[in-house]
Each structure stands twice: as C-alpha cells, then as structure tokens.
Design a protein around this ligand. Structure first.
Ligand code: ADP
Ligand code: MG
Length: 674
C-alpha cells in the first residue's frame, strides 16, 4: 500500500510546484505529507465509491480525521461534482474561513483562497468563477436557498458538523432534501447530499434522510486521563489560569495546552493573565506562546493557532467551543475544560432571548476531552466535579427547540413554506412557531398568522442578512430621515463589541470616552464614536488605541455598513441623515425593537412591557445609574441577574405610534396611572 510518506508522492509534488522559493517547496511537501497521514487518506477510494453510488450518505469520523478538509478535495479530484460546485457548510464563520484557507494552501500551485477553493460567510464572499469547492456558513447557504430553492449552483452539498444542530443546519436538512427530490422529479442535474459529523445519532439522521447509508471512518485516538475537581468552582476563569500554571510547572515544553472558555472577553482576560504571569521570574516553566480562538478575530490571527510551536516553547490555545469539533490543532496534550459554553436561548413563556453562559452537555465534554488524545496519550482537567458532570444533559438540545424562530419563519416564508408544515427533523415546539408568526405580523412582514406569503415589506426584509427586527429598522429609517445614522448603529450591533474595557483602566476609559456619551443611551453613544472614527482617516490605529476601541471590530463594522448600504440602495431607500435630531433615530429603533421595552417601576426596578420580567440595566451601559422612565434594549444577558444591554431612552408617547396593535394589548403602567 502507499505508505504515508511515500517518496513517490513527494517527488510528484516537488516537480509540480514552481521552482521558486526553496522554503516554499519544503512547506508544500510537508503539507502534502500531512494529508497522506490523515485517517481518511486510506479510505479515499472506498469513500469515493460510496459517494458515487449513493445520493445521500452519512459520514461519521473522529474530529481531525480529515473529513472537512479532505473529502471535498477527493470529490473534486474525481470530478464527481461534474460541472457544479461542492458546498460544505459550517456552523461557524471562523471555521469556514480557516478551513477554506487551509484547503487552498493544500492545493498548492500558488493558489490562494478564492480560486478553486473559496468561502462565503455573512458580509464576506471570497469566491470566484473558478471556485469549485466552497465553504460557507449554514446561514449563507440558507440565504442562497432563498434565491434558488433548488440550489442549482451545487451538485454536491456537504452538511458538516451536523451534530451541532444549529437552527440553520436543521432548516437546511429539509431544504436540501426537498431540492434533491424536486431535481430528481424534474430530471434536473442530480444533487448529492453528504452529512458529516464527529458524533451523532445515526439512526435518527438516517431515518430522516430516507434511510440513507452511513459510513464510519475509524480515527486514531489515544486514551486521555480525566480529572475532576473535588469541590465545585465558582470562578472557572481563575481556576483555568491556576490549572494552566500547575501543568506549566511540570510538563515538558512541547506539551501544548488547550483551554475551553466561552467568549471573547473571558478569553482575552485569561490570555492576558497567562501572558503576564508566565513572564514573572518567580514562575517556573518554559516560555509561553498564547493563542486565542473566537469568532470575532480576523482570520489571519486565527490561522496562527495552527502554526506548530518550537520545541522549547509551550503553546496555549484559549478557545470557545470552535476547537471542540470544527477545527483541529495538533500537538495538544492537555485540555482544561471550563464546562461552559455561551449559547442563545429563547423562552417562549417569558419572550426573552438570552445570551447565556451555560453548562455544556456530556457529549460536548467528551469531545473536548478527546482533543488531547489526537497524537498520543493526554490529560484533561475538568473544572467541575464528577457529580456536576453527571448532572449535565447527555447531548445538546437542537437549537431549533430552544431559539427564537422569527428569523427562520421569515426565511421559510420567502421560500413559500409555512414553518408549521416544514419537514423538520425534530419539530420545534408549536408555541415557539406561533410566537414567531405573531412577531412577524407585528413587524408587518405578514398580514395574518396563517399566511404563507409575505407582505411587500416582508419581502424587503428578507433581502437583509439580519434579524427581521433590524431589517425592519433599516426599512423604516427613510421615513424618519435617518438611514445614514441607523445604518451605522445596526452595523455596530452586528459585530462584536467595539468597546474595549480593560478592567484595570476603568477610570481612564471613562474619561477619554466621556465626550461620546449621550444621555439618550448606548446606541447614540456608539453612533458618536463611529462618527468621530470615520473622520480620523490615516490615524485610525492610534485613535482606536487612545480611545480603547477595538480596531478590528470597528473596521469590520465599517465593512458591514458598506454592504448594508448597498442593499439599501438597491432596495431604493433614500440615504437621508437626521444630523443631530436623535429623536428620529430612537423612534426608528422602536419600529423594530418595540417588543424590547422596559419601564421603571416605583421600587426602581425595570419591568419589561412584553412579558413583565424584572430586569436591570447592565453596568456597561451609559444609562447605568440613571433612571429613565422607558428604555429600549437590544439584548438581555443573564448572569447573577437579568441585565439589559445596549439601551436607548424612549418616550411613552412614541410607543403607540411605533406599534399600535402591539401596545393595545400591552398596557403601559404610567399611561394607566397618569
Ligand atoms: P475533521 O473534519 O475530520 O475533524 P479536518 O479535515 O478538519 O478533520 O482536519 C484534518 C487535519 O487538517 C487536522 O488534523 C489538522 O491538523 C489539519 N488542519 C485543519 N485546518 C488547518 C489549518 N487551518 N492549518 C493547519 N492545519 C489544519
Ligand atoms: Mg470537520
């Protein structure tokens, strides 16, 4: 058989690659060698044969076995896609970008991402006419389905990371299944569907996909020792730093560590602590390279986590659950698992959508553990007790059963499908669907809740890759003469926070940003920041530094803004500015966020008008410590309390005007009292 480092293979590539940089060649050879060492490599022909013979196929295999990076290339080299393209969906944009970049490198021949291999994620399309293999987020493929529900651009669609069961993937299951059937019945170019995952309930999936075949790729894994804490930790962030240094003192330098935390802020905080402490002369151990991995990073920086580290250096990667199954980093010997993940949950009963740090499932815990056993035996420190582990849910509940379905319902309507009658693998609760339709009606996207067709406003809303509430705000903005301002605000809300808040510099930050603060709240404050930012021009870097603004996030917001502006222009909206008339902006925000209003009560508590929940203003808000009568909020986060984030003050009289139907049924306390 062809040995993994067969010299023939090396030769072949050697002569193929351009005789330019000697180093470049060496790199290419080793990258090709790496490919032949992956567990899928030996199964190539068997896989291709199965893919050829079956219209739908499930492929299961350990994380890191080469499914995502290799299988599309195998299909392409055998031209199984004919004249169509191969789509591979990823639940996360980070994964789509970093994997596409890697695969483009593997292609060699001076190809860059965007040539044969490309990616499409929200607000970023790096593909060309030559692209054959396209990595995209599940959300983007869903958007494409809205323009062509048969997805004729593709002849092979790979739904990857199927076990994650994101809403978008779940909806895509039904869409591609239908597209395949319709294409067959109309004698159109057939569509192949491949479902891939590291772990999943094969029977459940196979049954849904017309009892399709499943194949299991055996991976190589080594045992991992698992340690629990004896007592529960109430601060996993500190515990993760302490655990890291315990490992750091004892383990050889080339034993790398992977820490699972929940989000950017937390990850940056821990990264900072480790960087500082590891330089302390009192601390024993080799030099440390700290890498971070989370959604809001620029892709160039994400790629650095894959660079092998020198022997005398310890690499520590601090990641969200991206590193759980979607990307693989080699050389990891130790895992530190916080046991937590940040996830969006929606409670139909309370009407609140919460971004909440919550416990992972046992299945996730095992996936995280497995990351340490890829190359050799490893160790996993769980920052929770064994009984906490036993209390975790066995597997993750599909997002569709715990999220707000307004967006999905709207997208399905754009495909002329009423969500109640959609072929879901697991049906969402009926009251969640009903609520979604009620919201769409309130937003004016449909005329009545039974309707399967959109109003013209609804059709306009679908054009934006945004939550329907924000599309509505943009579409109302022309009427308020403030589209320029609202575009900025919506863009800033669509990226990770632009505000840096180093814990030890609170006062300085407060002082330097003072000039931006608006008594009208956070939205206007953000607008003020952006206005000044767009005037600084060349000195943008130092300006961001000076004002504690996250430069990459604000640059991304600018990019998002220009794309949204383009959609607005195409939709025929007038790009009007309201100058300093901030009332217009706040009235406009209400047209989409009228369900997100809270009112101050006598005991200084805020209560939401929608479902009468007790909430508080988040300390990060410029309105914290003040007590405006009515506040409009963008989101709710739950920590020790339910906090409202990103607020604007609004006037009671505006409410009726913004959503007359809605406020007929949601009484306002002050209106009754006065
Ligand atoms: P799977 O989908 O089965 O989990 P992948 O195809 O994602 O496996 O990964 C196969 C191998 O490719 C991994 O072991 C990893 O070492 C390598 N790899 C993936 N992405 C990158 C990257 N961006 N940089 C370097 N190596 C990568
Ligand atoms: Mg994968």
């Amino acid at each position: 058989r062809n040995g993994p480092s067969s010299p023939k293979k090396v030769k072949l590539n050697d002569s193929e690659s351009k005789p330019s940089l000697a180093n470049g060649n060496k790199f290419k050879i080793s990258i090709q060698e790496q490919r032949t060492k992956l567990p899928v490599y030996d199964k190539k022909n068997k896989l291709l044969d199965l893919i050829k013979r079956h219209n739908t196929l499930i492929i299961l295999g350990e994380t890191g076995s080469g499914k995502t990076t290799q299988i599309p290339q195998y299909i392409n080299s055998a031209r199984l896609q004919n004249n169509g393209k191969i789509a591979i969906t990823q639940p996360r944009r980070v994964a789509a970008v970093s994997i596409a970049t890697r695969v483009a490198q593997e292609f060699g021949n001076g190809q860059t991402v965007g040539d044969t291999v490309g990616y499409t994620v929200r607000f970023e399309d790096v593909t060309s006419k030559r692209t054959k293999i396209k990595y995209l987020t599940d959300g983007m493929l869903l958007r494409e389905a809205m323009f062509d529900n048969l997805l004729m651009e593709y002849t092979v669609i790979i739904l990857d990371e199927a076990h994650e069961r994101t809403i978008n993937t779940d909806v895509l299951f039904g869409i591609v299944k239908n597209a395949q059937k319709v294409r067959e019945s109309r004698n159109l170019e057939p569509l192949k569907i491949i479902i891939m995952s590291a772990t999943m309930d094969v029977d459940h999936f196979s049954k849904y996909f017309n009892n399709c075949q499943a194949v299991y790729l055996e991976g190589r894994t080594y045992p991992v020792n698992v340690f629990y804490t004896v007592k529960p930790h109430d601060d996993y962030q500190t515990a993760s730093v302490a655990t890291f240094f315990k490992i750091h003192r004892e383990a050889p330098a080339n034993h790398d560590v992977l820490i699972f935390l929940t989000g950017q802020e937390e990850i940056e905080a821990v990264a900072h602590q480790i960087r500082v402490l590891s330089k302390d002369p009192e601390v024993e151990g080799p030099p440390v390279r700290v890498c971070t991995l989370y959604a809001a990073q620029p892709s160039s920086q994400q790629m650095t986590v894959f660079n092998p580290s020198p022997q005398n250096l310890r690499k520590v990667i601090i990641s969200t659950n991206i590193a759980e199954t979607s990307v693989t980093i080699t050389g990891i010997k130790y895992i530190i698992d916080s046991g937590m993940v940040k996830a969006r949950t929606y409670h139909p009963a309370t009407g609140l959508e919460l971004l909440k740090v919550q416990r992972i499932s046992q299945e996730q815990a095992w996936q995280r553990t497995g990351r340490a056993g890829r190359d050799s035996e490893g160790t996993c420190y769980r920052l929770y007790t064994r009984s906490q582990f036993e209390m975790m849910q066995k597997s993750t509940i599909p997002e569709i059963q715990r999220a707000n379905l307004t967006s999905v319902a709207l997208q399905l309507l754009a495909l002329d499908i009423h969500a109640l009658y959609f072929d879901f693998m697991d049906k969402p609760p009926e009251d969640a669907i009903t609520t979604a339709f009620e919201q769409l009606k309130l937003l004016g996207a449909i005329d009545n809740v039974e309707s399967s067709s959109l109003t013209s406003l609804g059709e306009q809303m679908v054009k934006f890759p945004l939550d329907p509430r924000f599309s509505k705000i943009l579409l109302s903005a022309s009427n308020f003469g403030c589209l320029v301002e609202v575009l900025t605000i919506v863009s800033l809300l669509s990226v990770e926070s632009i505000l840096l808040s180093p814990p030890n510099k609170r006062e300085q930050v407060q002082m330097i940003r003072q000039k931006f603060f608006s008594a009208y709240g956070d939205h206007i404050t953000l607008l003020n920041i952006y206005r000044e930012f767009s005037n600084v021009g060349q000195n943008c870097r130092s300006w961001c530094h000076e004002h504690y603004i996250n430069m990459r996030n604000i640059l991304q917001a600018r990019e998002v803004r220009s794309q949204l502006e383009e959609i607005c222009t195409r939709a025929g909206l007038t790009l009007s500015s309201c100058g300093s008339q901030m009332e217009q902006v706040r009235r406009c925000l209400l047209t989409g966020l009228f369900m997100n209003v809270a009112e101050l009560h006598r005991d200084r508590q805020y209560i939401t008008l929608d479902k009468r929940q007790v909430v508080s203003i988040h300390p990060s808000s410029v309105l914290h410590g003040q007590q405006p009568h009515f506040v409009l909020f963008t989101e709710v986060v739950q920590t020790t309390k339910r906090y409202l984030r990103l607020l604007s003050t609004v006037e009671g009289e505006w409410l009726q005007e913004a959503a007359p139907d809605y406020f007929r049924t949601h009484s306002i306390k002050c209106a009754r009292e006065s």
